[in-house]
Design a protein around this ligand. Structure first.
Ligand SMILES: [Zn+2]
Length: 445
C-alpha cells in the first residue's frame, strides 16, 4: 500500500527547530511544525563571524513553507527573505503594519550589496511585497488548519513584535523576538505576554544589567557640548533603523536648550538615505509611539525634527559635507563603521584633533568601530579603513546606556509576568549570556 501523500500529518506533536540564531546573536530563524503546517519565525541573515545553515540543508524546502512570521525588520531577522523567495517560497509573510512598511527599504538596501541586477532586485522586492501582510497588535488571527497567531509589542524598534502561535488543540508557543529595554525613546515598553506551553526567549544581554537610561539625554548633551566647543565635527556612527531615530528624538529634546545651541546654532546632519527613509516611516507611524512622544507632538513639537536638522540624501551633498567646517553633528551608518558614509567621514576627519567620534552602540569584535574604541584613546593609535591605515587624532567617546535589547532584569521580569509556567528555551545569545540568564530565571522560579 502506498501512503496517501495528501493526508495531513496532523497527528505529529508540535516541534520547533532552530535553523539559525540559536547560539548566536544574528541569523534568527526558527521552524515551527504545527497542525501539519510549516511556519518560519524570522528568516535572518548572519552578520560578522556567525554562520548559518544553507537552505539546502533545511528539513523543509522553501516551497513547502506555508508562512513566515517576522518579529521585526532588522536584517538579522529577515535578511534571507529574498533568498527564500528566490528558492521558491510562495506562502505568506505576516508581520505588524510598521514592519511591513520597513521591510522594503531595509531589504532594498541589503540587496544593493548583493550581485543582483537592479531590476532583478526590484522584481524580487515587488514579489515580497505581494506576499506580505500587516497585522494589528493583540488580536488573534487565523492561519490554516485551526492554527492561530497573535503579535504583541516588543518595544525594540518600530513594529517589533513577539509572536504567539497556537494549534487547534490549544498548545501554544511564544517567540520573544528581540525584546526592547524599558524606556526606549518613542516606543511603548513591551506588552505583557500571556501564558504558553513553550517560550523561545532571546538572551542577547542575558548576563548583563544596563546602565541607567534616565540621565542619557543629559549625558549626551554634556558630551556634545564638550566635543563641539573647539568648533570640530562630531561623528556619530549609528544603525539606520532604531538608533538613528532614538538619537534624533534626544537631539530634539536638547535643541530646546538654546544655550547649548545643538540643533539651533549648530546643525545636525543625517547623512544616510536609508536612515532618512526609515525616519519618515517612524513619523508616519505615530499611532505606534509611546505616550511621551505623542504628548510632545501634541504640544506642537515634532519629536523627530528640529530647526537645524538636515537630511543628506544625494551623494553630491555627502561629498560637500565631508569638506564642510564644524561645528556640526553628523549621524551616519553603518553603526560599527564597517561600511557606508561614516567611513568617508572618518577617512576625511580622523586626523583632525578638533573632531570627535561618539559611539552609542555595541561594537562587535573585528569591526573598525571596535578598533576605534580600543586604540582611539591610546597615543599612536590607528585604525584600518578599507585596507588603509589612518592615525586617530580625533577623540573617541563611548556613551553608555544605549541598548535596543532588554537586560537580564528586563528579560526575567517579562518572562515572570507571564501566566503559568512555560518550558523556556533560550536563543539569540552567546553561551555566557544564555547561562547567565538561565541561572537568573531559575533563581526567580
Ligand atoms: Zn533587532
Amino acid at each position: 500500500m502506498t501512503p496517501n501523500p495528501s493526508s495531513p500529518p496532523t497527528a505529529l506533536p508540535p516541534e520547533v527547530i532552530h535553523l539559525g540564531g540559536k547560539d548566536t546573536v544574528t541569523g534568527s530563524c526558527h521552524l515551527l511544525r504545527i497542525s501539519g503546517l510549516h511556519i518560519l519565525v524570522d528568516c535572518g541573515l548572519v552578520q560578522g563571524s556567525d554562520t548559518a545553515a544553507p537552505m539546502e540543508s533545511w528539513p523543509v524546502k522553501p516551497s513547502r513553507v506555508d508562512f513566515v512570521i517576522l518579529t521585526h525588520a532588522h536584517i538579522d531577522h529577515m535578511g534571507r527573505i529574498p533568498e527564500l523567495v528566490r528558492r521558491g517560497f510562495r506562502g505568506e509573510i505576516l508581520c505588524s503594519h510598521p514592519t511591513r512598511l520597513l521591510m522594503q527599504p531595509m531589504l532594498r538596501d541589503a540587496l544593493s550589496f548583493s550581485d543582483l541586477e537592479r531590476n532583478e532586485a526590484e522584481r524580487l522586492l515587488s514579489t515580497i511585497d505581494d506576499l506580505s501582510w500587516g497585522f494589528e497588535y493583540n488580536e488573534s488571527f487565523h492561519l490554516k488548519k485551526g492554527a492561530r497567531f497573535r503579535l504583541g509589542r516588543a518595544g525594540h524598534i518600530l513594529g517589533s513584535s513577539f509572536v504567539k502561535i497556537e494549534d487547534g488543540s490549544g498548545w501554544s508557543v511564544i517567540f520573544s523576538g528581540d525584546l526592547g529595554a524599558r524606556d526606549t525613546p518613542i516606543l511603548p515598553d513591551p506588552d505583557k505576554a500571556d501564558g504558553c506551553d513553550l517560550l523561545v526567549l532571546e538572551s542577547t544581554y542575558g548576563d548583563r544589567l544596563h546602565e541607567d537610561r534616565r540621565e542619557r539625554t543629559k549625558r549626551l548633551g554634556e558630551v556634545l557640548e564638550r566635543c563641539l566647543s573647539d568648533g570640530g565635527k562630531v561623528f556619530i556612527p549609528a544603525f539606520s533603523l532604531g538608533r538613528t531615530q532614538e538619537l534624533l528624538y534626544e537631539l530634539d529634546r536638547l535643541s530646546l536648550d538654546r544655550k547649548l545651541g545643538i540643533g539651533t546654532r549648530i546643525p545636525v546632519c543625517i547623512d544616510s538615505p536609508l536612515g532618512i527613509e526609515v525616519t519618515g516611516i517612524y513619523s508616519q507611524c505615530r499611532e505606534f509611539w509611546d505616550r511621551e512622544a505623542k504628548e510632545i507632538l501634541h504640544r506642537g513639537d515634532d519629536p523627530l525634527n528640529f530647526e537645524e536638522l538636515y537630511a543628506v540624501v544625494r551623494f553630491r551633498d555627502h561629498l560637500e559635507l565631508l569638506h564642510m567646517d564644524g561645528p556640526v553633528v553628523i549621524i551616519a551608518g553603518s553603526g560599527m563603521c564597517t561600511g557606508g558614509r561614516i567611513v568617508n567621514h572618518l577617512k576625511a576627519g580622523l586626523e583632525d584633533a578638533r573632531n570627535d567620534i561618539l559611539f552609542v552602540g555595541y561594537q562587535a569584535a573585528g569591526t573598525p568601530g571596535r578598533d576605534l574604541v580600543r586604540y582611539g584613546r591610546r597615543p599612536g593609535g590607528y585604525v584600518e579603513l578599507e585596507g588603509e591605515r589612518f592615525p586617530i587624532k580625533a577623540r573617541v567617546h563611548v556613551l553608555e546606556g544605549y541598548s535596543a535589547h532588554a537586560d537580564q532584569a528586563g528579560l526575567v521580569e517579562w518572562a515572570r509576568s507571564m501566566d503559568g509556567n512555560p518550558e523556556i528555551r533560550l536563543v539569540h545569545g552567546e553561551k555566557r549570556a544564555r547561562e547567565g540568564l538561565r541561572r537568573a530565571l531559575s533563581a526567580n522560579g
